[in-house]
Design a protein. Structure first.
Length: 111
């Protein structure tokens, strides 16, 4: 058994304390989910794109997994593109785009 195979086997079982919370596709959770997953990969020496792409879906709901498995970035094991796709398709930017009351009032006054 190679070192990389061993590292994948030591990833935490989904639902355990060390595993990330299951990602259900909500935009407010996507950045934290990916951050936790990448730290977990670093800790368990999962470094190849193939390993990262293969193991991420075990921490996702079934409908998210089905969508992710359909992406070209997943099928080609391109981790950086898969991560970008997840952020794009699950609207991670919505979490940082919040308008304050004064922003809306200012906009209304200018229109």
């Amino acid at each position: 058994m190679s070192y990389s195979t061993l590292s994948v086997l030591t990833m935490p079982t989904p639902g355990t304390k060390a595993a990330p919370a299951k990602f259900n596709g909500h935009y407010s959770e996507v950045k934290d989910f990916l951050r936790h997953y990448e730290k977990l990969c670093d800790y368990h020496h999962v470094s190849s794109d193939e390993e990262k792409c293969d193991t991420i879906t075990q921490y996702m709901s079934r409908h998210v997994t089905e969508f992710i498995e359909g992406l070209a970035s997943f099928r080609t094991s391109n981790w950086s593109q898969l991560k970008a796709d997840i952020l794009k398709y699950y609207d991670a930017d919505l979490d940082t785009k919040r308008y304050r009351r004064k922003d809306l009032l200012s906009y209304v006054r200018t229109t």
